[in-house]
Write a protein that binds this ligand. Structure first.
Ligand SMILES: Cc1ncc(COP(=O)(O)O)c(C=O)c1O
Length: 397
């Protein structure tokens, strides 16, 4: 199938609107071969450095050899497995994930994608508190499934009927608004530590600790959506470590898959997890924690926990900060959770196109189109970082 036919067929059967946008802006990439920080076009010799990484799916680059080998080894003898039965890899993964929280969150429930894991986080905090209210941030994004969708932007849920009761949203990084929104009917506050879709605003150092204090005072649970910020993206295993937080629930997805086999996880306190002591089948996911996914995630943890790995992320942050100084955008960053914030509306969209044409794939922030999300893989070498910096400077300098 040639490119033109592929675009026609994709438009006819998968998503006409996407094809329309791609054609209008000349974004005609079709993913072909891929390795490390790059992917190639399926039809010609163009290639792109992936600074989108699908929001962290490709934290460890494309087809990371360690993750690939682990999944291949799993597939040599296993299949998805059966969620009704314990499995060695799934159990080991649960243990390893718990240990990343220092035992703070000893309960783990596996899922397939982020939205499902967020839904579960909301369900279990409602069960634990006997309350319904869920407070989230305007412009945040937690997925397009049921309760995750309900906690997100009206634009994505209004076409599908009335929102379920109990959900409210407040501006991010405003303690006063959060203080007013959380009361004795609030089951949970759910936040991304750095909301990606909102353009990666780095919160004031006091904001998340204040939100935690408000939750504690009023008996609400704090859910942190670390689907993008987790697993080393900010230079720590979990972003919450930057603020010494003790969340009640942490949700992981995307990068947990190593980009090879989908898996997500909801980590929670013993108190919240005790729901499953008496009601083990209150929530199931047929494919959640599938054995090849558990193998992928274990390999991801092996890589991220390799001594020096997180230091390299922080070193790269300094390298990008120095290298991108003096550019006509504000540089937002915590580790490699980075964004280029331009002064003009929609400039993030234009920046994405300009970079696409010179071999960098990056995507604007949907809820603040002046911002370009900038997420190179965590395995980017210093030399590759310099190459990326050079390209960005050549476009915007
Ligand atoms: C912060 C955040 N939470 C949740 C999700 C939902 O994850 P999924 O698309 O795997 O359902 C996303 C997806 O982009 C996300 O960025």
């Amino acid at each position: 199938m040639d490119r033109t036919t592929l675009f026609e067929q994709y438009g006819s059967h998968v998503n006409a609107g996407k094809i329309d946008v791609y054609e209008r802006y000349g974004l005609d990439a079709v993913m072909g071969g891929r390795e490390g920080i790059r992917f190639r076009d399926a039809y010609d010799d163009r290639s792109w450095i992936n600074c989108h990484c699908n929001g962290g799916v490709f934290n460890l680059g494309h087809r990371n050899p360690q993750v690939l080998a682990a999944v291949q080894a799993s597939l040599a003898t296993q299949d998805i497995g059966n969620h009704h039965l314990p499995a060695v890899s799934r159990t080991e993964l649960a243990r390893r994930l718990v240990s990343t929280t220092g035992g703070l969150l000893p309960g783990v429930v596996f899922g397939v994608g982020g939205g499902e894991a967020i839904d579960l986080a909301i369900k279990v905090t409602r069960a634990a508190t006997g309350r319904v209210g869920v407070v989230s941030a305007n412009g945040g994004f937690h997925g397009h499934t049921g309760l995750a969708l309900a906690a997100g932007d009206a634009a994505y849920r209004d076409p599908f009927g009335p929102n379920p009761p109990g959900f409210s949203q407040v501006p991010f990084d405003e303690v006063v608004a959060m203080d007013a929104a959380v009361d004795d009917r609030t089951a949970a506050v759910i936040l991304e530590p750095i909301p990606a879709t909102l353009g990666m605003p780095i919160p004031d150092p006091g904001y998340l600790p204040a939100v935690q204090r408000i939750c504690r005072e009023r008996g609400a649970k704090l859910i942190l959506d670390e689907v993008q910020t987790g697993l080393g993206r900010t230079g720590r295993m979990w972003a919450y470590e930057h603020w010494d937080l003790e969340p009640d629930v942490v949700v992981s997805g995307k990068g947990l898959s190593g980009g090879i086999y989908p898996i997500s996880a909801t980590l929670m306190t013993r108190e919240i997890h005790s729901l499953f002591d008496t009601d083990p089948f209150i929530h199931i996911s047929t494919f959640g924690g599938a054995e090849p996914g558990a193998a992928a995630a274990l390999a991801v943890l092996d890589v991220v926990e390799t001594p020096g790995f997180l230091d390299h992320v922080t070193e790269l942050e300094s390298r990008f900060t120095a290298g991108l100084a003096g550019m006509p955008f504000a540089f937002r960053h915590l580790g490699l959770m980075m964004a280029l914030a331009f002064p003009a509306p929609d400039a993030g969209m234009f920046a994405a196109k300009l970079l696409f044409d010179v071999g960098i794939f990056a995507v604007y922030a949907n809820n603040d189109t002046s911002v370009l999300q900038f997420l190179p893989p965590l395995i980017t070498t210093n030399e590759e970082a310099d190459e990326i910096i050079g390209i960005v400077r050549s476009v915007f300098g």
